[in-house]
Ligand binder design. Sequence first.
Ligand code: ZN
Length: 371
Amino acid sequence: MNLWTFRIPTAVTFGEGAIRDLPRIAATLGQRPLLVADRDLVRLPLWARIQEILPGTPVFAEVTPDPTVGSVDALAAVVRDQRHDVAIAVGGGSAMDCAKAAACLAAGDLPSIRAVHSGGAPLGSARVPLIAVPTTAGTGSEVTPFAVLNDPETQRKGPIAGDALYPVHAVVDPKLTYSLPRKVSVVTGLDALSHAIEGYWSRGHQPLCDLLAVEAARLICRHLRQAAKQPDDARARAAMSYAATLAGAAFQLPKNAMVHACSFPLSTRYHLPHGVACAFTLEEAIRFNAPVMGPRMTDFLRGIGLEDAEELIALVRELKQLGGLPCTLREAGIPPEVIPQLARESFHPLMNNNPRPMTESDLVAMYQRLA
Ligand code: ZN
C-alpha cells in the first residue's frame, strides 16, 4: 500500500433541523455575518426559514449559476467594505464555490480572483471563516478545497484549489433539499455519484477515501431514484444528503478524473450544467475504465450491491432518463462537427488521474458513440 495522508479539516453538523444551529456556530466564528445565496434561492420558501433563523443578517444574493470571477470579485468587495468577519453560504455548488473563493480573496492582497483562476497566482492561506449550507445533494463543496469558477472573458471554466477553500463548518440539513425539482435532484445526485466513482478510481486513491466513496455510491444507487420521484421522502433525502457529503470527502484528496475533465468544455462551450456534463460521459467512462481496474472494481461493485459494471451503467442510464438528461450530443444540442475540438479541450490536468490513459482518438471515438 502506498503512503497516504487522510484529513478533512471541515467540521460537519448533519441532520434534519441542523440549520437551527447556525446562529450558535456563526457566533463562534465572528460578529458580523453575511449570508450568501444565489438569485433563485431567495425566492423560494426555504429562504424564509433561513431568514427566520438569522433575522436581520445582511444578504448578498447576486451569485449566478456557474459563478464568474466577476461575481467572486463583487462579493469579496462587499465582505471587505462592510467588514464582514464570517460568511454563511446557502445554496448549491454555485453559491458555495463563489463564497469560498470570495472569502479567500477578501482576506488576501489580490485585486481579483482571476489572478488565481487563469494567472496561476497562489491563493494564499488567509480567509474569512465560512460556513457552507448545501441546499442540494450533489457537489460536496461543503467539504472540499475546490471552487469551480467560470471566466467569460478568458473562456475558462475550471476549479481553483487551496486549503483556504475548505469551509470551516458544513451544516447539512436534508430538509433543505425537499423542494428540489426532479431534474435537479437527478442532476446533482449524478454529480455526487461521479465524485464517488472518480475519487475511487483516481490514480490518487487512498483507503479511507475508498471507504467513503463506496458508501456514498451505495447510498446513491439505492436512494436517488426514490428521492427524485418522491421529493419529501425523508429517508431517501437524508441518505442523499449524507451520500453527497461523503462523496465530497471521498474525492477531495484523490481528486476527480476523466468525467470531470470532459465536463469542463461541455459546460464552458455548450452551457451544460455541471452535473449534466458529468453524467453525459459517465457510462462511457465506466465502460472504458472498468476493464483495467481488476479486483478494485469488483470490490467497488460488490460494496455498492451490484453484480457488474454493466449493471452500474444501466442504472446511470435509467437515472438520466428519469431526470430527462441528454444521453446523446444531438439531445444536448451539440453538433457532431465539434467532436475533434471537444476531444482536444478535454485534457484538463484531472485527465492525468484517470486509471486508464485516454488519448485524443479514444475521446473522439467516445463522442462518436455519443453522437
Ligand atoms: Zn462534480
